[in-house]
Design a protein around this ligand. Structure first.
Ligand SMILES: NC(=O)c1ccc[n+]([C@@H]2O[C@H](COP(=O)([O-])OP(=O)(O)OC[C@H]3O[C@@H](n4cnc5c(N)ncnc54)[C@H](O)[C@@H]3O)[C@@H](O)[C@H]2O)c1
Length: 251
């Protein structure tokens, strides 16, 4: 029960890494607020949780007014927040061409990817920090980036958003260090989820073939890294980047 009585928000909890994280955290005693833009998927995750003190919120985190509503719900229900997993993300957008290269990326798809992956983490972290500061809480924020921030392998807007999340993590970690609010990033390698299935099959095959430990990451490999960063075991970690990637990229 490493998260006993901690109130934790997970964005993008309807699928993949977010769903595995929610299920693991519920077994570790957390009180969860699960967010996702997809209501049906969110309900499936919600019904798989242990314990009965959890909340669901369906909404798009790229919209700051929706994130404010989400935090009204958290404040009225729990009056505190101890941790956030900024996990919601999209790989590409229907307006993109086949590989998401610059000449085939239109304004709408660029804004959509940056809007969810980067603006979303900003909107959520800002509200979480406001609540943590108001209640004097020594919280933990985790940003799910990607090894593609280092390798550049993936659609342009996606790699850009994941690289920016690392700068965001480090700057926020310094800003909040005096308050003992910790901010860290996770860079998963290729992970067996729907997001990976959205890239061309040849990319998926070549990514899997190049992983030294010989397999794709499972969502639970990433969830276990988040568990460490949300638990008190990581109390001396801030501004760091951990990579459950089977050695596919060595930071
Ligand atoms: N799968 C991989 O290979 C891989 C590798 C590195 C990093 N990641 C990152 O892990 C995170 C989780 O991805 P996943 O692989 O589990 O993919 P996924 O598609 O299975 O899950 C992403 C979830 O985010 C939700 N979401 C999308 N836009 C949203 C929005 N605007 N507001 C709220 N929720 C929204 C989706 O509905 C979905 O449930 C993402 O940030 C992704 O970039 C994935």
């Amino acid at each position: 029960m490493r998260l006993k009585n901690k109130v934790i928000l997970i964005t993008g909890a309807g699928s993949g890494i977010g769903r595995a994280t929610a299920i693991l955290f519920s077994k570790e005693g957390a009180q969860l607020i699960l967010n996702d833009v997809n209501k049906e998927d969110l309900k499936i995750t919600f019904e798989a949780l242990d314990g009965n003190k959890h909340l669901m919120h369906c909404g798009d985190i790229s919209d700051s007014s929706i994130v404010q509503e989400l935090f009204k719900l958290i404040t009225s229900s729990y009056k505190r927040i101890d941790g956030v997993i900024n996990n919601a993300g999209i790989g590409r957008y229907p307006g993109d061409g086949e590989n998401g290269e610059i000449h085939e990326t239109n304004d709408e798809s660029w804004r959509a990817v940056i809007g969810v992956n980067l603006d979303g983490a900003f909107h959520v972290s800002r509200e979480a920090v406001r609540l943590m500061l108001a209640k004097d809480i020594e919280g933990s924020i985790v940003n799910i980036s990607s090894t593609s921030a280092f390798t550049g392998e993936g659609p342009l807007a996606y790699c850009t958003s994941k690289g920016a999340l690392l700068g965001f993590t480090r700057a926020l970690a310094i800003d909040l260090s005096a308050k003992n609010i910790r901010v860290n990033a996770i860079c998963p390698g290729p992970t067996a989820t729907r997001l990976l299935e959205s890239i061309p099959k040849e990319w998926q095959d070549s990514l899997a073939a190049s992983i030294p430990l010989g397999r794709l990451a499972e969502p639970n490999d990433v969830a276990l890294t988040s568990l460490f960063l949300l638990s008190d075991d990581s109390s001396f970690y801030t501004g760091q980047t951990l990579s459950p990637s089977g050695g596919s990229y060595m930071i």
